[in-house]
Design a binder for this molecule. Structure first.
Ligand code: HEM
Length: 391
């Protein structure tokens, strides 16, 4: 067995700016590498990231070294294993069922998209991050979770604060104080919504949980709704912007998508190209090995699904956005017991609703200057802006 190598050169700033060239090198030279700046063992090959997520008995989600517990004031379902995790996951599951998506959520999301797309000004240049992607993702999520009284701005602010708190690896107290204030606001909103839903149930996640025959503690219900606020808003938002960027910078593909309504392919390729959740952590619970390298118990491995989605073992020309490429399973929604619960909703919101409506109203939309678009992020990644000309 070989010894684990530590890298002291890769900085978090470089990863935030553009991690893809770094991961390309690591896949070729050090697919299992301890990276000092993040204090984790990075796994960059698709076979390894999948292996870790598929073996929770060796790689636990219950990692005490993350700031998540402090940020969320609780241990959410994302950091639990086994039966305890499954009980909490199943408590929310009815909200995400195929039947509810089709009969309940799609008509609601269709109406939200109609209103939002109609309100965009024709003939003007507009940044679609604040004008559409952010508020659309926020409003769809507030309905799905059962907290429609929360405004688009509140949902976006809470989500960002929770993400910042969960990524507060320096344990900066000021950031956690911001989380605490947001928790007070979210708790008030959720408790009021819960009372209404007990009297008048609906298919939302909060309603499923508070009206269950064997309900979780209210504090745990709140925490798991909050993990969905932190993890269900920025991903569809970032996926939308990435896909639009991919289409608008590849006109022949945009034409193909419009001609053949290939919005599902545009979605799958977008989340593969720039995975909205780039990395996840797991705690090593037994001495083990990966690729002949010893991984001691107590270490934290980081599965880089962004890198798995660009692995040359699977993908040809992985750095290009190509909606016509051969289909292979990608890992942008994870693997194993924590596989994303919102995948189908996210795909349908973006591919079946938003993209067709947007290109129907603005068939000649352009991105006048692709160079101004800035992609950022290490744990989560997406475009910070997308100024398009609406025509
Ligand atoms: C393009 C959109 C989305 C992407 C790329 C995405 C990605 C992911 C990934 C990678 C994970 C697994 C994390 C891990 O293994 O540690 C995850 C989990 C999760 N996602 Fe998503 N997600 C998206 C949209 C959504 C939406 C709209 C919701 C709705 C609330 C949602 C709810 C969840 C939940 C609850 C979990 C945790 C499941 C568990 O721990 O059992 N996601 N997501």
């Amino acid at each position: 067995m070989s010894a684990l190598v530590t890298n002291t050169e890769i900085s978090i700033a470089d990863l935030v700016l553009d991690p893809y060239p770094i991961y390309q090198t690591l896949r070729a030279t050090h697919p299992v590498l301890h990276v000092a700046s993040v204090n984790r063992i990075m796994l960059t090959k698709a076979a390894d990231t999948k292996y870790v997520k598929d073996h929770p008995e060796l790689f636990s989600s219950d990692d005490p070294n993350t700031p998540m517990k402090r940020a969320f004031q609780a241990h959410t379902l994302m950091r639990k294993d086994g039966a305890e995790h499954m009980r909490e996951r199943m408590a929310m599951a009815p909200a995400y069922s195929a039947k509810n998506i089709t009969s309940h959520w799609m008509p609601i999301y269709d109406k939200i998209a109609d209103e939002m797309v109609a309100s965009l000004p024709k003939g003007e240049t507009v940044d679609l991050f604040p004008a559409l992607a952010g508020p659309f993702a926020a409003r769809c999520l507030s309905r799905l979770l059962g907290m429609p009284e929360a405004t688009d701005d509140e949902m976006q602010r809470w989500s960002q604060i929770l993400i910042d708190g969960a990524g507060n690896f320096g344990f900066d107290p000021a950031l956690f104080e911001k989380c605490d204030l947001a928790h007070q606001e979210m708790n008030l909103c959720l408790d009021q919504a819960a009372e209404k839903l007990k009297a008048d149930p609906d298919p939302s996640a909060l309603s499923a949980m508070v009206n269950s025959d064997d309900p979780l503690e209210m504090s745990q219900i709140r925490s798991n709704i909050k993990i969905a606020i932190g993890g269900g808003l920025n991903e569809p938002r970032d996926a939308m912007l990435t896909i639009l960027f991919g289409l608008l910078t590849n006109p022949e593909q945009m034409e193909h998508a419009k001609q053949t309504a290939a919005w599902g392919d545009a979605f799958d390729e977008g989340v593969r190209w720039v995975a909205p959740i780039q990395a996840s952590s797991r705690l090593v619970v037994e001495d083990t090995e990966i690729r002949g390298i010893a991984i001691p118990k107590g270490e934290t491995v980081m599965t880089i699904q962004a890198s798995a989605c660009h692995d040359e073992d699977i993908w040809t020309d992985p750095h290009s956005y190509d909606i016509t490429r051969d289909k292979h399973p990608h890992q942008a929604f994870g693997n194993g017991p924590h596989f994303c619960q919102g995948k189908h909703i996210a795909r349908r919101i973006v591919a079946d609703i938003l993209l067709p409506k947007l290109f129907d109203r603005f068939p000649n939309m352009t991105l006048p200057d692709p160079h101004v678009v800035k992609f950022r992020g290490f744990g989560f990644r997406g475009a910070l802006n997308l100024p398009v000309h609406l025509n």
